[in-house]
Ligand binder design. Structure first.
Ligand SMILES: [Zn+2]
Length: 303
């Protein structure tokens, strides 16, 4: 007999203003509680900074807060996102990874700035973007705002199309950690590595299966397959992948802002009844298995 935490209305993927969300961690948790979420994973991009505030708020609202992160990684030259759920935020390996990712962001921002200075004839666009973002690691939307303000482009979309998107003069890829190393770091932090929104990378079916295979071989344990807005074709493809590669199923809204009217915290389709949900993995720390009920294959796969 294995005891599993009963998650009735989980949301295992969302963002606060510690990364690119708009709500403070405490506001996000309060909103999740309001929407009936009983287990929330805060998974900000490459940072753990929002977790202490979220944890305190979760205790106040009586909901489970899962310590999480969303790491940007490179699979070949392609940027992929990997969630780490149930990570130990005090793990030094993960702490060092977060610092290195931040350095990668800063390096990228500097290079975008240098390119824009030339291509758009702006003086020190990096400093201007930093000032707007109140951060020394401004992302592309901040550079787009600078371009609009300097009168170089009409609007943000124009800024991306003319300068910032892939293939344009100021596009710079970020030197993220590799998929394999990122997964290793999440495992070192006691986390459950989950491939985030696999349908979002514009991969063919064959390439998607290669990605899931490589992720699994790197030590990945779960993949997101339960999220709002999937077409039945996408859902079918994801199901084929988690079944074939024996991965646990995760799900989340990827909530960033109340402005996203088409999704809500905890507003997910049902989890597949015959799949293994990520919180049922021993690594999630809820299962107290009696003799004979643990899954030996799974234990072996992460050792
Ligand atoms: Zn996300």
């Amino acid at each position: 007999m294995t005891h599993i935490a009963p998650f009735q209305r989980p949301d295992l993927h969302c963002h606060s203003l510690a990364s690119d969300g708009v709500l403070a961690p405490a506001e996000l948790v309060a909103r999740a509680a309001e929407y009936g979420v009983d287990a929330l994973a805060l998974t900000d991009h490459d940072t753990l900074a929002g977790l202490p505030e979220a944890r305190a708020a979760a205790a106040e609202h009586g909901i489970i807060l899962i310590d999480g992160i969303e790491l940007s990684v490179l699979w070949g030259s392609r940027e992929i996102h990997v969630l780490g759920l149930w990570v130990d935020p005090a793990c030094p390996v993960l702490g060092a990874r977060v610092t290195a990712q931040l350095d990668a962001r800063r390096e990228r921002a500097r290079r975008i700035g240098a390119r824009l200075d030339k291509a758009a004839r702006i003086e020190d666009s990096y400093a201007k973007a930093c000032e707007k973002a109140a951060s020394d690691t401004p992302g592309r939307p901040w550079f787009a705002r600078v371009l609009v303000e300097e009168g170089v482009v009409r609007d943000q979309r124009h800024a991306f199309n003319r300068f910032l998107k892939k293939g344009q003069s100021a596009f710079v890829s970020t030197p993220w950690v590799t998929l394999e190393q990122g997964v290793r770091d999440l495992l070192a932090a006691g986390g459950v590595p989950v491939l985030a929104h696999p349908q979002a990378y514009s991969l063919t079916r064959k390439r998607l299966r290669e990605l899931v295979r490589d992720f699994r071989n790197a030590g990945g344990l779960g993949m997101e397959a339960v999220m709002p807005g999937l077409s039945s074709q996408q859902a079918g493809l994801l199901e084929e992948c988690w079944r074939h590669f024996g991965l646990a199923v995760s799900g989340g809204s990827d909530f960033h802002s109340p402005q996203q009217k088409w999704l809500s915290l905890g507003g997910l389709p049902p989890f597949p009844p015959d799949g293994r949900a990520v919180w049922q993995l021993p690594e999630a720390g809820y299962a107290t298995a009696d003799a004979g009920s643990a899954d030996p294959d799974l234990e072996v796969s992460v050792s």
